[in-house]
Design a protein around this ligand. Structure first.
Ligand code: HEM
Length: 757
């Protein structure tokens, strides 16, 4: 096995070591020397400077100019036109494209919303080089002519999903539609935690070599507390979901069912959706396992230069067609692998299956009844092969709950077809966020898809500038404190996650279950009641159909409060406010799916979930805080400014004094930074775990303030301190207030795709 670095040196390297450091980023890097450092620079990954299209590029406009019907026709033609460098199975690239689209989307996990098809991340490491993604590099190169033709008007992320849809449609499957609107990433995503295992990529050449699962699992299969580390959703490292050969590759179908249930529910799929997806997907195509995995070359990320980004070189025969080796299992599930039908379930249930081995040595299953139907070879004319099932397929038959769903689908093909269509649509659109982001003539505009977190369309007139002035006055004249108003607006907006674009202030869900019941939001309950009164009064006075929504008023209250807080600090500012948020209903709010948005930790509001107050568990509160900042898509200056402003307002969820380094709470000062950077004080731990601290006057020894790790990290971490020093400087106050207001507006507007797209 070779990699890009195993070239012959022409002469002696003029540099000291065997590689150049610095820009090349070869070890040792900062994180090699200081593995526990807080990697604040993660906030700047995939930033505007990495984007070759430039910030002003309008993808929606470019995409909308495409004639989707023509594009689909071109894709369909490509799917049925075989090329010599990678001949298609059965003369149809459809199945391999369905798998490509599934693997693109299947990395999604509900816990942090990361992964998924939304940014075309399967083009980059580590995902492009996972063993499970074997030969998806071929699928992407096959569709490059289409990508090249449409250029920037069609993102890779959209093309990958659309090709999967076209593939299913030409094989007779009625999809639920397609929406474009995915924006490509331009570099590997370093912010996503894919699990604790570190492996030598060159040696991961089969599922067998991926026994590294123990680290992410708690308990042994069969234990009551058998569970998977959050936020992970894959059972193994470098796999999309589960090992097709069962846990540890041992062919244990019940154990496999257990793994499938845990991992697919982490993808937000219930039992019915899970069966629909697996049984539906495996109605198409075949598995490839003709060559021993030890023969297969390095994955794309470390393949030799001349492979030009291709991986898994197969030296046997032509290395493709009837010699193809992808994952190791060999064979097809049905006699008609390029046609949508119910043969997968029919055969799964009609026959008993026994374990056997593929030519590559992988564990798989074949019918005990030798008279069972055969399936045509994908390349050799006239050759018929035995049917195949994977351990994960057998799992659907042996697990009683999955079996019940299978039997329903077996008896009712139309129900199965619709269930698969809806589950596929959800799988591939799950991380796109609000429907306003959906582009194209095929977008499905139905209110019945609860996972889209629907917000009903409004038909009332929005408030204008004069109304906004009146409303601000009414809110400030009510009994609600400036601090409570800011806390409430921020609490509404902070649930947003840029990963899957869920959460945020739009919809007014802060006033609905489950959010209204979270302890972190307790302070907002009386505020919302008071705001509701202001809203009803205003709406009652405007009979001409003009209304303000609660969602808008929550945000407006925060803006009004900040203007007052700045005025009290001697600065006249206008905090931007864009009306148009709408209120949704409890019925349109999936409580279970919103519970995933409950913060584990929120340093802005000094919140740490019970059970996470242990640094010994491995993740420190400031690391959770960095994660939150990343999900909010903040830069480091924005993060620091936001923190300083919220602390000046005392945005602690429990009203505690931690991090409130000021005697003028509710005034928009930069006191947080001046105290944080001052050498007049000395910090001391006040608990054994190092979670809370006391700030004592160096001269008198008297305690002045208290703090948590999430507060002090802005002074102790060199990256964050560099920014905090700017805001603490003698010229820092106004700069801080401006930065804070910009960051505040950014957070309030994160979910406003109704005005942004
Ligand atoms: C192929 C595993 C779920 C669609 C395969 C292959 C494996 C596999 C090992 C063979 C790859 C190769 O060697 O070429 C699994 C496992 C699943 C799962 C373990 C979950 C338990 C799904 C889902 C879909 C899907 C949810 C789509 C909805 C496909 C298709 C192929 C395939 C279309 C055929 C690809 C081709 O013909 O080249 N799957 N899969 N699979 N899978 Fe799955």
């Amino acid at each position: 096995k070779t990699d890009t670095k195993t070239f012959e040196m022409a002469g002696k390297c003029p540099f000291g070591g065997d590689s150049i450091g610095g820009v090349e980023g070869t070890p040792p890097t900062l994180s090699d020397w200081y593995p526990n450092r807080l990697r604040v620079e993660l906030l700047h990954h995939n930033g505007p400077r990495a984007n070759p299209l430039g910030e002003s590029f309008d993808y929606a406009k470019a995409f909308n100019a495409i004639d989707l019907a023509v594009l689909k026709q071109e894709i369909n033609t490509l799917l049925t036109t075989s090329v010599a460098w990678w001949p298609s199975d059965y003369g149809n690239y459809g199945p391999q494209m369905v798998r490509m689209a599934w693997h693109s989307a299947g990395t999604y996990r509900i816990a942090d919303g990361r992964g998924g098809a939304g940014e075309g991340l399967m083009r980059f490491a580590p995902i492009n080089s996972w063993w499970d993604n074997g030969n998806t590099d071929k699928s992407r190169r096959l569709i490059w002519p289409i990508k090249q033709k449409y250029g920037s008007a069609l993102s890779w992320a959209d093309l990958i999903v659309l090709t999967g849809n076209c593939a299913m449609e030409i094989m007779g499957f009625p999809t639920y539609g397609f929406a474009g609107g995915r924006h490509d990433a331009w570099e590997a995503d370093n912010s996503t935690y894919w699990g604790p295992e570190v492996w030598d990529a060159k040696n991961v050449t089969s599922y067998d070599s991926m026994v590294m699962r123990d680290k992410r699992w708690r308990g042994q299969n069969g234990d009551a507390d058998y569970d998977l580390e959050n936020p992970l959703a894959a059972s193994h490292s470098s796999i999309i979901y589960v090992n097709p050969e069962g846990p540890y590759g041992k062919g244990d179908a019940m154990g496999s069912a257990r793994d499938i249930r845990i991992t697919f529910s982490r993808m937000a799929m219930n039992d019915e959706e899970t069966v629909a997806l697996i049984a539906g997907g495996h109605a198409f195509g075949k598995s490839h396992g003709m060559v021993k995995s030890s023969e297969i070359g390095a994955p794309p990320e470390i393949a030799p230069m001349e492979a030009m980004g291709f991986g898994w070189h197969n030296p046997v025969g032509t290395g493709n067609a009837e010699f193809t080796m992808t994952n190791g299992i060999e064979g097809s599930w049905t006699p008609n692998p390029t046609q949508w039908d119910n043969d997968y379930l029919i055969n799964l249930f009609k026959f008993d299956w026994e374990q056997t081995r593929s030519p590559a040595g992988a564990l798989q299953w074949t019918p005990t009844d030798k008279s069972a139907p055969k399936t045509p070879d994908a390349h050799i004319p006239g050759q018929m092969n035995a049917l195949m099932m994977m351990t994960t397929d057998i799992a659907l038959k042996v697990d009683p709950d999955y079996r019940r769903v299978c039997e329903k689908f077996l008896n009712d093909f139309d129900t199965f077809t619709l269930a698969f269509a809806k589950a596929w649509y959800k799988l591939t659109h799950r991380d796109m966020g609000p429907r306003e982001r959906y582009l194209g003539s095929e977008k499905v505009n139905l209110n019945d898809l609860l996972w889209q977190d629907p917000i009903p369309v409004s038909n009332y007139a929005l408030v204008d500038a004069a109304d906004i002035t009146v409303l601000k006055k009414s809110v400030l004249a009510s009994d609600i404190s400036v601090s409570d108003l800011v806390f409430t607006a921020f609490s509404a907006a902070v649930t947003f996650r840029g990963s899957d674009k869920r959460g945020g202030a739009n919809g007014g869900r802060l006033a609905l279950a489950p959010q209204k019941d979270w302890s972190v939001n307790r302070r907002t309950v009386p505020v919302i009641a008071a705001l509701r009164t202001v809203m009803e009064e205003f709406n009652g006075q405007h009979t001409g159909g003009k209304k303000v929504s609660l969602a808008d008023l929550i945000v407006l209250g925060g803006c009004a409060a900040l203007e007052k807080a700045a005025a009290d600090a001697g600065l006249t500012i206008t905090v931007p406010f864009t009306p148009g948020r709408r209120d949704t209903t409890q019925e349109l709010t999936d409580i279970e799916m919103f519970t995933w948005l409950k913060p584990v930790a929120d340093g802005f509001r000094n919140y740490l979930d019970e059970g996470f107050e242990q640094i010994s568990q491995g993740v420190a509160p400031e690391e959770f805080f960095l994660d939150k900042a990343q999900l909010l898509s903040l830069t480091s200056p924005e993060w620091v400014a936001l923190m300083g402003g919220l602390k000046a307002m005392n945005a602690n969820y429990d009203g505690s004094a931690h991090g409130i380094f000021t005697d003028r709470v509710g005034v928009l000062t930069n006191d947080f930074f001046t105290v944080l950077t001052s050498m007049d004080f000395e910090w001391k731990k006040t608990d054994a775990k190092g979670l809370t601290f006391s700030l004592d006057d160096r001269t008198t020894g008297a305690q002045r303030f208290t703090a948590t790790r999430s507060d002090l990290v802005f002074g102790s971490n060199s990256h964050l301190r560099a920014v905090a020093e700017v805001y603490a400087g003698s010229d820092g106050h106004e700069r801080f207030v401006n930065a804070f207001v910009k960051a505040w507006d950014k957070v309030m507007m994160l979910d406003r795709y109704d005005v942004k797209v």
